[in-house]
Structure formats: C-alpha cells, structure tokens
Write a protein that binds this ligand. Sequence first.
Ligand code: NAD
Ligand code: TDX
Length: 336
Amino acid sequence: MSTLLVTGGAGFIGSNFVRHALEHTGHDVVVLDKLTYAGDLASLEGVPSDRFRFVRGDIGDAGLVGALTAELDPATDAIVHFAAESHNDNSLAGPRPFVDTNILGTYTLIEAARERELRFHHISTDEVYGDLELDDPAKFTESTAYRPSSPYSSTKAASDLLVAAWVRSFGLRATISSCSNNYGPYQHVEKFIPRQITNVLGGKRPKLYGSGRNVRDWIHVDDHNSAVLAILERGRVGETYLIGANGERNNLQVVETILELLGQPRDAYDLVDDRPGHDLRYAIDASKLRTETGWAPRYTDFRDGLARTIEWYRDNEAWWGPQKAATEARYAELGR
Ligand code: NAD
Ligand code: TDX
C-alpha cells in the first residue's frame, strides 16, 4: 500500500493513527474529516507535511468521497474508516447525527470503495455485542451475537452489517475490527478518563455514573492502532478481528488510580446519576488477532499507561482547555 485515506483523522484515535502510520510505515496519508466538535486540527500539529494532506469534508458527501477515491490506486492504497459520532451520552441526547454519519456516511464510503475496488478497513467497537454480566467469566469473541444497547452502538452495529453485506454481495475487500475502550493522548474531555483527569487538574471532583461498578476493558490507543496496521498488512479480507489487551477494570478502580496518581485522597469523587441503559461490562478475547497476525500490545501495565496519559493532559492544557467548559456545561444539563 502506498496511500491511506483516513476518515476521522482529526479525532482521538484517528489522529494517533496518522502519527503512528507515518512513523512506522512508508505510507502517505490523506485525512478526510468534517471537524465536528470532536475533531481538532491541533491534534495533527507537527505531522510531516510532505507525506500528509488534510481535506475538510463529510464522509456522507458522495461527490467529495468520489473525488478522493479517484486519486487512489486499488493495487496499493486503502481506506481506513475511523470517522464516527462516538459518544454514548451524546447519542442519548440526540441520535440523528449518529444515524447520518455512522450509517449513511459508512454507506457512502463503501459504495465508493466498491466502485473503485479499493481495500477498506472499518473501525468498529466492542459495544456492538451489548454487555456482559459483571460475574460472567465469558468475553466477547468474533462469534458473539450482535446485541447493541444504545443509539451509538446500534448505529455502529448497522454500519458493520453494511460492510459485511458489501463483502458478501459485491466482493468488497474489507476487514472489520472491533476494539474495547481506548485511552491516551488527544482524547476529548467528554470521555471518562480525560474528563476525570482534567476535573482533578482543575480542582474538581471526578464524577462516577451510578455505582461505579461498570467494567471497561482498557487499551492504549497506540496498541489499537498497531493492531489496525497488523490487520491491514496481514488480516484476511472478509474477516472481523476483536482488539483488546486484557485491561478490565471497573470505573471506580480507574478513578481511584487517577486520584492516587494525582496525589488526592482515593475517595475524593462524586457518584452522580447513572447513564440510561448503561452497559455493565465489556471484555475482549483477542486470540484470533494475536494468532493470525502475531500482534501483541506494548502497553501491558495500565497504571503506567494511565500515568503517561495524565502527564500528557498536565502538559497540554492548551489543547483541552478550550473544550472543557462547554463539555461540563453539557453534562450539567444532563445532571451528570
Ligand atoms: P472521536 O469522536 O474522537 O473522533 C471522530 C472524528 O470523526 C472527529 O475528528 C470528527 O470530526 C470526525 N467526523 C465525525 N463525523 C464526521 C463526518 N460525517 N465526516 C467526516 N468526519 C467526521 O472518535 P474516536 O474516539 O477517535 O473514535 C474513532 C473510531 O473508533 C469510531 O469509529 C469509534 O466508533 C471507534 N472506537 C472508539 C473507541 C474509543 O474508546 N474511543 C473504542 C472502539 C472503537
Ligand atoms: O463522567 C463519566 N463518568 C462515568 O462514570 C463518564 C463520561 C463516563 N462514565 C462511565 C460510563 C462508562 O461505564 O465510564 C465508562 C466509560 O465511559 P465513556 O468514556 O463514555 O465510554 P463508553 O461509553 O464505554 O464508550 C467508549 O468505548 C467504546 C467510547 O466512547 C466509544 O466510542 C467506544 O466505541
């Protein structure tokens, strides 16, 4: 491959992917991003301009998508599709943009990929499988039935089904990856870990939904992105791969670790109203990915990865500061 068309490359995972791909591969990168509230060109500052181009636009704009895919060579190039409306709380407050971007936007991209016979990689989420009981020894695998709970996860599930149908019906050369919760630099302050870190840095208390017992399977964003590259290079077309790094923790444990790393009492948090329909637990079995591609995570010590992430937010208030007040105002309206 020589050029990757990366959708959503100004968002959290996409911008980290762009840096990772430019650093670790010889690919050039073209980013297509609408720059919604979640996209920020500052997340791409300093990437080498001779191998990188930014295009502002909507993945649902068939004319623009067609013009960009016309530049790609099916023999060498690929589309890596990160763009999405990604926040569960926003999907509960206003689902429409999730339908437009996650479903119709993905449809627009796979139609363009089909026309040009381009390799396509679709970024999905473990949330398409719904949730597990807290005491269930099981984890999600590629054969777990889809059972999404929220407007966000149901639109991600719908987009996965479109991609899978385009593989079967039209021979689209696509792969899908479904990853667990990411953490790391450049994550929007609306998400759990950055919200709590920046609350504490600003002298405020972390906010835990419900009992704080819900479990997420945390993975560092660089490990997610190295897995995506492994799938692009060595994954089998038509297959889905789950990405995870055995990082299960409940939300209370994560908040206690953040407080401890920031020198605060471990109980200096508030319990707030629960999220409606709040998924209990996610857990990933990544055996297929590991066996077929040889991928392994580098950030195996969550506490260490979290400490580095805290340092990044401490050093980069100029990046997150402008979003913080508006984000907390939205949460205040929701009572969370
Ligand atoms: P994000 O919200 O930080 O970034 C999304 C990016 O997509 C933004 O730059 C935004 O401007 C752009 N975008 C939104 N709508 C667009 C449109 N219509 N056209 C073009 N660009 C548009 O999201 P993220 O956390 O980086 O997630 C990236 C992908 O990874 C998503 O597909 C998400 O479902 C998936 N995912 C995220 C996680 C996680 O923990 N964050 C875990 C698993 C999977
Ligand atoms: O202030 C908070 N307090 C709190 O207790 C926030 C923002 C969240 N939470 C809880 C809800 C979840 O149990 O923390 C957990 C993580 O919440 P989010 O960061 O909103 O992530 P989640 O809903 O688990 O979804 C994330 O992982 C899967 C991403 O946002 C999705 O894009 C991805 O698909």
